[in-house]
Design a protein around this ligand. Structure first.
Ligand SMILES: *Cc1c(COP(=O)(O)O)cnc(C)c1O
Length: 406
């Protein structure tokens, strides 16, 4: 590697960056499809997808062309004006989902922030100031702003930042009786991930989501689905609520929506949206033309029967092989999740060691994720090539082999 005066390396992270992350020892510099290369030229297979973001892999030609074409036209104009890419993407999201109105923003946390504020505003307008309680699930994840860490309810993310936001309670996931006991006419919203992502790739039960829908209706509470991780084809349907056939009132989307370009959205009905009158909420970059041009290209490709059925076929390829590897090496015997959001639940002997598995995998040339300390997570591109699945899982097997031989 030639040394340049402006060359940077991993060690610079510790010198210049706020230490809230602990990045890997290597620095990726280039990606193509489901392969990534680091500074030394080493090639890795990417089953992490930038944490369920790179929905069409790296540098997909349609996304590169949407981005560069828009880059030569109009980058940013603010919400003092609307713009064509935002209007096109908004219309397509409405046509493809339960939603009638769309609010664009820049990250999952921001989309959830909009969902929670809308729920509180609707309840305030319709029923009065006493209806503001939000019920969420234990061990959920909704982002890192103060409101979203409080709703997420994982003390490791929410403690030590001053007073908590009031009116948020947590109930165990997939436990309808617990929700029944907690919900009341003071509840303005119930917030759930259809599959808990960061919490361990834990899917909701069908009867649970149906029951939650009924409880929300009985108490005039909005049902908010956080589909930041599960949306945009990840589960083999455009959104996970379609898999369950349980329709929320408000839904957040981010991650895969931009395929790697920052964009997020809150989707809702016209009646609920009407409570966000001009001036009640906003964000400078929301609906940015570059982001929306990319989002439109992502949606055009993802929301097709071919792509979505391809996700289900790839799911089966991963699951069959992972279950066999689990049996052979004894690290895990449960593989769960939908579509291309899969979690291998570590056995008692390996509990707490997901990071160790992830590091071993990276050492063999395959990037995977953890979902908490006990689950190894896979969130690859939805168009990952069968040959890359094959080769990536062979590398993963080598990692398991080394770990268990050690
Ligand atoms: C990643 C994630 C978020 C937060 O998204 P950011 O873009 O990091 O703010 C929120 N909810 C879920 C379910 C997520 O997976």
């Amino acid at each position: 590697m030639s040394v340049q005066h402006d060359a940077v390396q991993r060690a610079d992270f510790d010198q210049f960056m706020v230490p809230n992350y602990a990045p890997a020892a290597f620095v990726p510099v280039r990606g193509q499809g489901s392969r990534v290369w680091d500074q030394s030229g080493r090639e890795l297979i990417d089953f992490a997808g930038g944490i369920a973001v790179n929905v069409l892999g790296h540098c997909h030609p349609a996304l590169v062309s949407a981005l560069t074409e828009q880059a030569g036209r109009l980058w940013h104009i603010s919400n003092v004006f609307t713009n064509e890419p935002a209007l096109r993407l908004g219309r397509k999201l409405v046509e493809a989902t339960f939603a009638e109105r769309v609010f664009f923003c820049n990250s999952g946390a921001e989309a959830n922030e909009a969902c929670f504020k809308l729920a509180r505003r609707v309840a305030h307008d319709r029923f009065g100031p006493q209806k503001y309680e939000i019920i969420a699930a234990t061990n959920s994840f909704h982002g890192r702003t103060l409101f979203t860490v409080n709703v997420g309810g994982q003390p490791k993310y929410s403690d030590g930042f001053g007073p908590k936001i009031e009116g948020i309670t947590h109930v165990p996931y997939n436990d309808l009786e617990a929700l029944k006991a907690a919900i009341s006419d003071k509840t303005c919203a119930v917030v759930l991930e259809p599959i808990q992502g960061e919490g361990g790739v834990l899917p909701a039960d069908q009867t649970y989501l149906q029951g939650v829908r009924e409880l929300c209706d009985a108490h005039n509470a909005l049902l908010v689905f956080d589909e930041v991780q599960t949306g945009m084809g990840r589960t083999g349907e455009l959104f996970a609520y379609m898999h369950y056939g349980v329709v929320p009132d408000v839904l957040s989307s981010a991650k895969s929506l931009g395929g790697g370009f920052p964009i997020a959205a809150m989707l809702t009905t016209a009646a609920l949206a009407s409570h966000f009158t001009p001036g009640t909420h906003g964000t400078t970059y929301g609906g940015n033309p570059l982001a929306c041009a990319v989002g439109e290209a992502v949606l055009d490709i993802v929301n097709t029967p071919e792509l979505l059925s391809g996700v289900k076929a790839r799911h089966q390829a991963f699951r069959t092989r992972l279950e066999a590897l689990g049996q052979q090496y004894g690290l895990f015997d449960q593989v769960r999740g939908l579509g291309l959001l899969l979690g291998c639940v570590l056995n008692d002997a390996w509990k707490g060691k997901a990071k160790q598995v992830l590091d071993a995998a990276a050492a063999e040339g395959v990037m995977v994720l953890q979902a908490g300390p006990d689950v190894v997570r896979f969130a690859p591109s939805l168009v990952v090539e069968p040959a890359d699945i094959e080769e990536g899982l062979a590398r993963f097997e080598r990692a398991l082999n080394k770990l268990t031989a050690a």
